[in-house]
Each structure stands twice: as structure tokens, then as C-alpha cells.
Design a protein around this ligand. Sequence first.
Ligand code: HEM
Length: 528
Amino acid sequence: MFEPAVNSGFILSIVVHISIFIGALIALLCYLTKKDARIYKHMKVLSGPPGLPLVGNVLSLIGPHENILGTVLEWVKVHGTCFGGYLVNIPYVVVCDAYSVEKILSSTTHINKGNDYEKFLKDWLGTGLLTARREKWFHRRKLLTPTFHFKILEDFLPVFNNHAQILTAMLENQVEQSDSFNICPFISRCTLDVICETAMGEKINAQIGGEEEYVKMVTGMTDILLIKGITPWYRNQYIWNLTSMGKLEAKYLKEMHDFTDKMIRYRKSDRKRKSISERRNSNANPSPAANDNLEGQKTRRAFLDLLLDVQENDEQFTDADIREEVDTFMFEGHDTTGANLEWVILMLACNPECQKLAYEEIQTIFGNDMDRDVTTGDLKELKYLECCIKETLRLYPSVPFFIRSMDQDCALDERRIIPKGSSVVISPYLLHRHSAVFSNPEKFDPERFFIENAAGRHPYAYVPFSAGPRNCIGQKFAMMEEKVLLASLLRRFKLEPVDTVETVPVVPDLILRPKCGIKVRLVSREMK
Ligand code: HEM
């Protein structure tokens, strides 16, 4: 008599649990459908290329990576400068007109980066400035902005000049063996040397074969991240961890973090040592300049030192925080400038009349002196060269697209709303090819950036460094570095084309790069 009672209680309990489970499932489905229906309604208005059920537009983007830009340019021609689509189940809106770009970038509401940033960069960069979410980002940006002050950047000029000298020496050696060659590895090693010394205060001598392992890791990591990003099945962490690349990534990450940690420890103990001797010194001599060492020379401070200064005033700013910012500078400050320099070299080689104007400007400033360091005053005078860099960034923006994830709706007008829950892709590559803003857009024409020609242009029509509150914090640094390197290069060599725009496939990796490098011919200038 007793047993059936137990059984009926047991059955009742199962029924209740199953009902709760089914109820919860229905509620979840209702919520998701309602949420998706809302997004879907707005996405329909932003109609873009038709996709397939379940996969959306993914299949159109599979294939040789260099075809992606062409595909998206075609979409813009057909669907206009603001359209939506799905990558699997993720709603994306591509915007590439100045008006819509301003709506997103000028706002402090749409400040969060796309989810992919965290997914791919978090293991390496933590949640530093590039990837940080709203509150953390506001705090960090405020903390770090002073470290990019012009006065501080001026202190890096000797570093830029020193590595420019090494670059030209290495190229002279190369020219003796063969005058036409792929210049990209030379540029990449040079920008890596610059960023290591300015970010960490450490010379790694990549240009002359030093710290080979570290150089291999930094360049290898960006390649690995790209493969991980574009291969759909590698997006699954379990599958990725089983691959040889996943294992290599884990090894690189550990060793690169160890390297940055070592630098932090080293600079910290160096500061302790110096502050003891400075205190002793200031007792003996009460007025030495803050940055002078015992020999009276000005000691150069790296970003890492400036971050350690921040830490002295803010105990919450830990060593781990410092590491993620130093790693972020290493990532953002190396390939971006390197790729831009490579494209400038191609543009000047292929446009001899522009190269001639750039060289004439350099001659006016430096005369026939090939060795003099570039000064702050010279940087201001290198106006045409700056226009060449800007025009190259128009055609070949180092960061070909960036993504914001929408935490709120953004109304473009009464009809079109970019819905909360979607991701917005902003592509300078597409934006900068707007013929209404840049006539004959494929033509390399530095004069577009003469003050009188740029006047009246929409401020969000040209955004190679992004724009608004979350723009590139390193843009002045990049401009200074590039001007120094290019002025030094052009003083010594005339550039002649081997590759041309037509022969160099453009690959929109994390960075917009030439697929197989850029071959140029360097001709030494004959003046002593
Ligand atoms: C030609 C060179 C460069 C270009 C074209 C460039 C471009 C950009 C772009 C487009 C962004 C926004 C990315 C996004 O929203 O996802 C960005 C952000 C950033 N860049 Fe640069 N960059 C360059 C050089 C540098 C350098 C030299 C540094 C550091 C030394 C640097 C540090 C950063 C950082 C830290 C951010 C994140 C800023 C934030 O979110 O607040 N960049 N850069």
C-alpha cells in the first residue's frame, strides 16, 4: 500500500521538474524570438546582400582572403553605404558614409568594441585600452592620455632617428647585393625596434639580428590571430587548442608575457636604484633636472616608465594592468606603422612626380646632408611628405575595418535604426573611396590633403585613425615616426617600382597588408 504512494510522489516530482524545464525553455525561446524579431525588423530596413538560412552571408566571404575587399565594395555599389547582413546568427551593419560614421564614432554611448576583439585579443592583450569595455575604458583613457602628450613624444625623436640610421645602413648593405628586393621585412624589423624601445625601454635590435625569438613571436602571433579569426571552425576554443597553431599560440603567449613581466620587474628595480642614487645626489647638489642622470645626461623614459609613474599615484593600477597596456602598445604600434610605411614606399615608387616633390622638400630642409638627425622643427616643415602619408592612409588604411557592438539603438534617421544587439563594421577602406568626397578615388593624389583642398571636407569622411572619443591614441607618435623614417630613407635612396598597384594583392588581415610583400628598386642618391 505504501510503495505506490512513493512512486506517485516520485512521478509527480518528475512531472513538476519537466514542466518547469519546458516552461523555462518556452520562456527562453519567446525571449530570444522576440529579441531576434526586433533586431530582424530593423535589419530588414537596412537591407543588404541576401544571405542563406543559418549561415547568412558567410559563404560570400569564404575564398581567397584578398577577394574580400572586392566583394564588399560590390555590396556597397549595389546596396549603398549603409546596409545590414548576418554572419551565421550575428547581425552586422556595414556603414561607410561620413554621416553614419559620425553617428557612431562621435558618441560616448556606442563606445564598446565588437565581441570579436575580446575573443581574439584578450589572451594576449588582456582588457587593455584597445579592448576595454565602457567604464574601464573611460578610466584607462583618462589615465593614459597624458603619456602621449606631444612633449613626451618629442623625447622619442632620438629613438626614431637612431633606428632610421640603422634601417638605411641595412638597406645600403642589401643594395650592394641586389638593388631590387622585398622591402617589407626591413621595415617591419625597424618598426618593431622602435616600439620595443619606446614602449618598454628595451633595445631588442631586431634589425641587426637580435632577440630573434621575441621578434619571431610578435610577428608569429599576428599571423596566428588572423588564421584563428578567419577560419570558422578554429573559432571553437576546444578545436583550436588541439591544433598545432593553438599550441604554438599558448607557447608564444606565455613567453611574450614573461618578457613583458621581466621588463616591468627590471624597470621597477632600476627606478628604485636610481631614486636612491638621485636622492643621494640631490643632497649633494640640490637642483638637478628631474630627468637627468648622474652624468647629467637626459635619461629617456619609455611608456613603461610613464605607466610606473601612474602606478605610484594610483595603487589600484597593478603590474598586470601595466602589462596589458604595454602589450597593447606593442600590438597596435608596430604593424600599423609598418604597413603604412610599406604602402607609402609603393606609392612613391609608382608616382615619381610625387616622390620628386617629396624629395625636393627634403632637400630644401636638409640640403645635401644625408646624416643629420630629423628635428622637431624639420617635422613641421615636412608638409608634403605628411600629405603623402595621409593620402596613402586614405587608400590603404592600416586598420581596414573596426567594429563597435551596439548596446543601444542608434537612429540614423526616422526610418533606419541600427538595432541594439547588432555589430557595426566601420571600414575606412570603403569610406575613403567615396567618389563624392574624393573624386577619382583610386588615384594617388597627396594634394587632396593640402589645407585649402581639405577645407570643408566632412570631418568623418577620412578616419584612418578612427575618430571621436575612442580614436587612436598613438596617431601623433605614428606620424612622427613615419616622417623620420621616410625622410631618412628618401635622403639616401630614390625609389623605383618593381611591383605596382596592380601586381600587389591587398589582404585585409587585422592590418591591411600586401599579400607577398612589396618589391622595389633602391637607387643610392649620388651626393656627398
Ligand atoms: C599608421 C599607424 C596607426 C594607425 C593607422 C592606427 C589606427 C588605429 C585605429 C583605426 C584605431 C581604432 C581601432 C578600433 O576602434 O578598433 C586605433 C586604436 C588604438 N591605437 Fe592606433 N594606429 C596607428 C598607430 C598606433 C601607434 C603607434 C600606437 C601606440 C604607440 C597606437 C595605439 C593605439 C591604441 C592604444 C588604440 C586603442 C585606443 C582606444 O581604444 O582608446 N596606434 N588605432
